[in-house]
Design a protein around this ligand. Structure first.
Ligand code: ASP
Length: 452
């Protein structure tokens, strides 16, 4: 059994957190590949090392002294080293870095040092081999991961050792230059390693006990999701649930490797398992929904024209206008003589007048209406597809709570129902859906028997 384990910044924030990590790794012999983020923060007042490194670079760019910021970085690392009695000569590395900063230092190299130094300390602390991501994770010139080369490098490393600590978040371009990933990219490193070593599970250790069914700022103590499919997670993440870097799903999904989201501060909690749907027992006792997520601030552009249903190509012409202005489209709900295009308000706000004018000419429409301030809420669940009446209940619940639905969309695999409501109804919509389907599932069951 092989487990790839990734620890996020808050799991590495100080010596105490390092101790928890060691306990977790030592508790299971299968945890052979340890990926680390840069030392992060537990308390709001702390700073993430990555943020401080970015800040240093911004200072250097404008020739402003950044000694005070660099000192904060040094203190964080030195206190971990001292408290854990580690021998790694981190002062030497920090001094070298400081010297390099006096010349011109590439942003990617400087920012990647957070993960590098954290991994150096962790490798010694665990007694694992340090494997630098710049000698392992390779990008192609198009910015994509070169899996062939990365796999070959891993195989090479495995000839010498079998337990590694690897810094997340960066790799190397074909010429060897360090290149960082998007923020939160250590999740991606973990997924890449899990794929190339054919891990049985990819454990992602963070500071929450798994993925919650809804945003805790909106729902009081939402339940944890035990099991979620990759597709359900994609839907929830896209609609705003912030769990895992979304690019971390693809490498493991391709290999069908489950991801287990775990809490370093609550290691006995089983967390959430993200995996392919299996044959699961269907039961009316189980809530049909897996989670709810949503985002505010969408704009609906509605195009009206009599006898539109007989016209060929009108939707294509309308979409070409949005394409011309590089606007990504979220949904296209349609009626007989009208259809709407739902887009992110921020994307369209500076171009709206031109777009409306062009839609009128391209589509010869009778009217184009723009409705702002729309929130989209996705109710996601793989168990919805097999159970009739769920959408009926959802709409009824919103109606009973005086929430006006402005738009409805459902994906073709029936794992999500999306409703558009006014921004002001955003929180209430999420709360009443949760209340009906999760907090009071008995209500749901009795509703169903009423209907039959
Ligand atoms: N340290 C990087 C960040 O703060 C990458 C990561 O933590 O995954 O974004």
């Amino acid at each position: 059994m092989i487990k790839v384990v990734k620890f996020g910044g808050s799991s590495l924030a100080d010596a105490k957190q390092f101790q928890k990590v060691k306990q977790i790794v030592q508790n299971d012999d299968a945890r052979r590949f340890v990926i680390v983020s840069a030392t992060g923060r537990i308390h709001k007042k702390d700073n993430k090392i990555t943020d401080l490194l970015y800040l240093c670079h911004a200072h250097l760019k404008y020739h402003v002294n950044c000694d005070a910021i660099f000192q904060m970085i040094e203190e964080r690392f030195l206190s971990i080293q001292k408290e854990l009695n580690l021998k790694y000569p981190i002062t030497k590395d920090l001094n070298q870095l400081k010297e390099a900063m006096n010349k011109s230092i590439p942003l990617d190299y400087l920012v990647s040092r957070g993960e590098y130094l954290t991994a150096k300390l962790m490798a010694e602390y665990l007694g694992y081999t340090f494997l630098d991501a710049k000698d392992l994770i390779y990008f192609s010139y198009d910015g994509k991961i070169d899996f062939m080369k990365t796999k070959a490098m891993m195989e090479h490393a495995l000839q010498e050792n079998d337990r590694f600590v690897i810094p997340g978040f960066y790799g190397a371009m074909p010429d060897g230059q360090v290149k960082i990933m998007a923020r939160g990219g250590s999740d991606i490193t973990g997924a890449i390693i899990a794929k190339i070593v054919h891990a049985d599970v990819y454990e992602n250790w963070t500071d929450v006990s798994g993925i919650l069914m809804g945003d805790p700022r909106i729902i009081h103590e939402p339940r944890r999701i035990d099991k979620i499919t990759y597709s359900e997670l994609r839907e929830l993440s896209y609609m705003g649930a912030n769990v895992l870097h979304e690019d971390a799903i693809f490498p493991v999904k391709e290999e069908n490797i489950p991801i287990n989201i775990r809490n370093t501060n609550e290691p006995h909690n089983p967390g959430t398992l993200i995996m392919e749907a299996e044959d699961e027992m269907q039961s009316d006792q189980v809530s049909p929904i897996t989670g709810i997520a949503g985002r505010k601030d969408f704009t609906v552009v509605a195009i009206y024209k009599n006898h539109m249903s007989n016209e060929v190509g009108i939707i294509r012409r309308a979409l070409s206008v949005f394409e011309k202005y590089q606007i990504s489209i979220e949904h296209i709900p349609s009626g007989i003589d009208s259809f709407s295009v739902v887009v992110n308000s921020a994307d369209i706000k500076d171009k709206i007048y031109e777009i409306v004018a062009e839609l009128k000419t391209e589509c010869h429409s009778d009217q184009v209406k723009v409705i702002d301030g729309i929130a989209l809420i996705a109710t996601v669940g793989r168990h919805m597809s097999s159970r009739p009446g769920i959408s009926g209940q959802l709409f009824a619940v919103l109606g009973n709570n005086d929430i006006n639905i402005r738009m409805i969309a459902q994906g073709s695999d029936e794992i999500n129902i999306i409703v558009g409501v006014e921004n002001k109804d955003f929180e209430k919509t999420i709360q009443v859906i949760y209340e009906h389907f999760v907090s009071q599932p008995h209500m749901m069951l009795s509703d169903r028997s009423d209907q039959s």
